[in-house]
Design a protein around this ligand. Structure first.
Ligand code: ADP
Length: 898
């Protein structure tokens, strides 16, 4: 490594990459104390043209005053003020030297929320106020505050980073501090606070004609784009399925109300960003399209082109410095996937349970090891397939991994766990200064892919990896020969140092943080520059010894604005040029250090240029391999999901469901020994049930499409109906299912009407919601659908409730004829009201309970044929500690009623 000839150089800084995506730099503390910056880039990036709230700053010809509050350059304040006007809803974060600052009213509003000190400077603000308010934090804490602003406070953040090359050379403010990033929920890529386990979608909506609407969406990390054209009514379900975190809607659209209303109902957590979509003619420009792409893009429907160009323009605007790879959109056909609306998704707790992610179906079944694998599994869970052939292909892959040895699966999982998040790294290129570390990471992911490829080859699994990796492997080799990677033991030290409060508080750390992995002297030019570095290192070492001898103690320092100064004890100063003095130490200028520092600065610039040339070459080569690499990462993601489903199936004794082609229009859903995978896991973990989970059968057919389950509270009715919906869902993603055997025909949509759920925000009471959902099932379900309904009619008076429950089950059995699981407390009442023909289509099942010797209820959870006579409501109340007096009264009333 360059610059290591004498012990005083800060030469052990290393950029390392942790799984959190944070670029961290380590500086051994002993070296740090010398405080001698001597790396490439040190003359750039962190020059503070004006002071900042702390740290070294240039405030006059005599060098660095350390404590004074800054005087703001009026031009800078105007620039920030103008940006605020351009982005009125955003927080503007401005880099000033080693600090990020927030100004004006935004500082007043946010200082307390961010726990920052609010400062005021007597200076006329661009708005004409006599003071300028501001608050700031060190640059190295940027991501921490960005996370709070974007994630916790839901803000859009515009970041103005300082372009040091433009500082002090008469450039305009726009050049000195351009908009380098706009952070919005849908465009987070490399930020360390991105949830790498989840897809993060940005969507754009565009109305086409009076009836149709186009939805285009992308996960910026993968760059995959899908579009769907649908009727207005279908937008809600599509939004619920995609679940974007941000939705672009055309500014000034006449039907904005309709879009907004739909979004607020179906994608309540999404940020709606009105945006001026560029004319679709801009598509060729915005998407950087080549001749070959043109034809395809031109062939897309006009509204899709418009939404797509809006999406790309928005992404480009948010990431002006890091061009993002966005693929051509491919059509998503709703008929290819099983529909799961937002109600079903939350009722089945697919991604979230009431406790958050913990306890969700995803968290219970997930055995994926890579970030990409986790994201793909989520994608599959939200869009199960309709095509039996594709489902069977997936099943075959799962079976393949189920049959591999334990050792093989362990090794595969370990390798997948090490695989860096390749998709994300590909998108990170171009982000300021991170190219060399990114290249290293990419080289490492290519090598991991190769290991996976070899492993798969050994067991005879068909894989395109070896073909896809030919070029990338060569590139990875060249990268490794050129860029020195940090060593493991240093990485550990590094993370200690990067969390050290002293270093975090240091202004110099800010620029050291930018230190990147070293490029080895692989070209004559780089070799020459490295030699120059060694020579300068030696001179600096000698100078440091001389000055130490003269002053007893000294530190060679550098400050933004190219000041080279020496810190010595005040008592030792004898007539040197003093820049600043206090009781203990003084800062003096020496011609030798100034000259040497300037040579180092020049060398840094030369190195930067020489290295950039090499890095650019790598990046260009990489550009050619991007499509192959994307395919390779996508393949590894699939392998991860297959091994995950296989591991789960082996662990939980699951079976391969058999799909029956339903040419005859006959629908079937035959499950024997079915289990609820989440409840079962919960029972094991909490050891709440001595007997473990009790299996149950479920048989639905065209002749008998409805099962009515009655019985006591806590008897297992809800668990049973949910478990069958989950079995259907898992079967359609290609997974094995928790049962002894399963055969079914394809399910086109899962409907859920479960539990109470007020939607008071939209003015809908619990009962109104219940009826809206029930009405949708009766109206829209087909004979291929699966509907689960729990306690329909509970939300109104007893009589009305029975009437509604009866009419609902009759309609489902006689007319809708979808496969239905109907749990109710009105079993006896309904059964007595049913005519013989309808009763023929319904299988009654009952949960039962027994009284133990102390009069408490015991449940066996075994559903048997029949209609339950009692709900044991009062018994359950007793078990729940209902007061004795009240209970007695309830019993009396019950006796009188019946
Ligand atoms: P209900 O809907 O009849 O009120 P639930 O389905 O909510 O009853 O079940 C209540 C609890 O009983 C569950 O949380 C679970 O702990 C337990 N349980 C349900 N079904 C089973 C089963 N098949 N085997 C073991 N325990 C079960």
């Amino acid at each position: 490594m360059r610059g290591s000839s004498n012990g005083i150089i800060l030469n052990q800084a290393k950029a390392i990459y942790h799984r959190t995506n944070v670029l961290k730099v380590a500086i051994p503390l002993s070296s740090y104390c010398f405080n001698l910056p001597k790396f490439r880039h040190f003359s750039t990036n962190f020059d503070a043209e004006i002071g900042s709230t702390s740290g070294l700053s240039k405030a006059g010809p005599l060098g660095p005053p350390l404590e004074n509050l800054p005087t703001f350059a009026p031009s800078m304040l105007h620039h920030i003020y103008n940006i605020q006007k351009t982005y009125p809803d955003a927080v503007i974060l401005t880099q000033v030297g080693s600090f990020m600052e927030i100004y004006f009213d935004q500082a007043v509003e946010l200082a307390s929320k961010l726990d920052l000190k609010l400062a005021k400077k007597a200076q006329t603000s661009p708005e004409g106020n006599p003071t300028v308010s501001f608050a700031g934090f060190p640059v190295q804490q940027k991501e921490k505050y960005e996370k709070i602003l974007v994630r916790d406070l839901g803000k859009t953040v515009v970041v103005l980073m300082q372009n040091s090359a433009k500082i002090g050379n008469g450039s305009s403010e726009e050049e000195k501090r351009p908009v380098s990033r706009i952070l919005t929920p849908g465009t987070l890529v490399s930020e360390s606070f991105v949830d790498q386990d989840s897809n993060n979608y940005l969507a754009a909506v565009k109305l086409s004609g009076t009836k149709h609407v186009s939805l285009v969406w992308t996960d910026v990390v993968s760059g995959k784009v899908r579009y769907q054209i649908m009727l207005h009514d279908e937008l809600g379900n599509a939004l619920a399925r995609v679940n974007p975190s941000e939705i672009l809607v055309p500014q000034n659209s006449r039907r904005l109300d309709f879009i907004n209303e739909t979004i607020s109902v179906y994608a309540a957590t999404a940020k709606v960003s009105p945006y001026k979509f560029p004319p679709k003619e801009m598509l060729q420009v915005e998407s950087n399209s080549t001749e070959s792409k043109r034809f395809y893009l031109d062939s897309l429907p006009s509204a899709v082109q418009s939404a797509y160009v809006g999406l790309i323009a928005y992404i480009n605007e948010c990431m002006p410095e890091a061009p993002i790879d966005i693929e051509d959109p491919t059509e998503f056909l709703a008929k290819d996937v099983m529909q799961i609306d937002s109600r079903a998704r939350s009722a089945l707790e697919i991604l979230e349970s009431p406790k958050g992610k913990h306890g969700s179906l995803f968290s219970i079944i997930k055995r994926t090891k890579s970030f990409g694998g986790g994201r793909l599994l989520q994608e599959w869970l939200l869009a199960p397939l309709q095509n039996i052939d594709t489902i069977k292909q997936r099943q075959d892959n799962v079976s393949f991994f189920m049959n591999q040895s334990y050792v093989f699966i362990r090794q595969l999982q370990e390798t997948l766990a090490e695989l860096p998040d390749g998709q994300r790294h590909i998108q990170r290129f171009g982000a300021n200064g991170s190219d060399s570390s990114n290249l290293l990471l990419l080289a490492s992911s290519v090598r991991f892919l190769k290991v996976i490829s070899d492993m798969l080859e050994r067991v005879g699994y068909t894989s395109p990896l070896s073909t896809l990796l030919v070029g990338p492997l060569e590139l990875a080799d060249d990268i490794s020969k050129t860029i020195e990677s940090p060593k493991q033991d240093e990485e550990n030290k590094i993370s200690d140092y990067t969390t050290s409060p002293q270093i975090l508080a240091s202004s110099n750390y800010a620029y050291l943080r930018r230190y990147l992995p070293v490029l080895l002297p692989v070209t004559p030019r780089l070799a020459e520059l490295h030699d120059r570095q060694v020579a300068i290192d030696e001179k600096i070492g000698r100078l440091h010894s001389e000055l130490t001898q003269k002053f007893g103690r000294c530190e060679l320092k550098w400050s933004p604005g190219h000041y080279y100064y020496v810190q010595v004890p005040t008592t030792a100063v004898k007539g040197e040029r003093i820049l600043k003095m206090n009781k203990r130490v003084s800062y003096i200028e020496t011609p030798e250090w100034t000259a040497l520092g300037q040579s180092q600065s020049e060398l840094d610039n030369d190195l930067k240029c020489a290295e950039k040339e090499l890095l650019d070459e790598f990046k260009e080569r990489l550009g050619g391999y991007r499509p192959a690499l994307r395919k390779a990462f996508a393949f590894a993601d699939e392998v991860d999901v297959y091994q995950s489903l296989a591991t789960l199936a082996n662990e939980k004794n699951m079976v391969k469901p058999i799909f029956i082609e339903n040419d005859t229009k006959e629908s079937v859903f035959n499950i024997t020994g079915g289990r609820h995978v989440t409840v079962e896991t919960g029972l094991v973990l909490n050891a709440t049930s001595a007997g473990g989970f009790v299996k149950n059968n479920c048989h639905l057919s065209s002749k008998k499409p409805v099962v009515m389950i009655s019985g006591p509270n806590m008897g297992g009715k809800s668990t049973f109906i949910r478990q069958n919906a989950i079995i259907a869902l898992l079967a359609h993603i290609g997974s094995y299912v928790p049962a002894d055997s399963a055969e079914l025909t394809v399910v086109d949509k899962i409907y859920c009407r479960l539990g109470a759920g007020d939607d008071l925000f939209n003015g809908r009471s619990t009962f109104m919601m219940e009826m809206l959902e029930t009405a949708a099932i009766l109206r829209d379900a087909t004979s291929r659908s699966l509907a689960i309904l729990d306690e329909v009619g509970r939300g109104t008076s007893g009589k009305d409730g029975i009437a509604i429950a009866f009419a609902t089950i009759k309609h489902l059995a006689d007319r809708t004829k979808c496969r239905t699981l109907f749990a109710t407390h009105y079993g006896t009442e309904i059964w007595n009201l049913l005519d013989k023909d309808t009763a023929e289509s319904i299988t009654p099942l009952q949960a039962s309970a027994d009284l133990d010797s102390s009069g408490d209820l015991i449940f066996d959870y075994e559903l048997k044929k029949g209609v339950s006579k009692s709900s044991y409501g009062l018994m359950i109340a007793k078990m729940a500690g209902y007061p004795d007096i009240a209970l007695k009264e309830a019993v009396e009333v019950q006796n009188n009623i019946s």
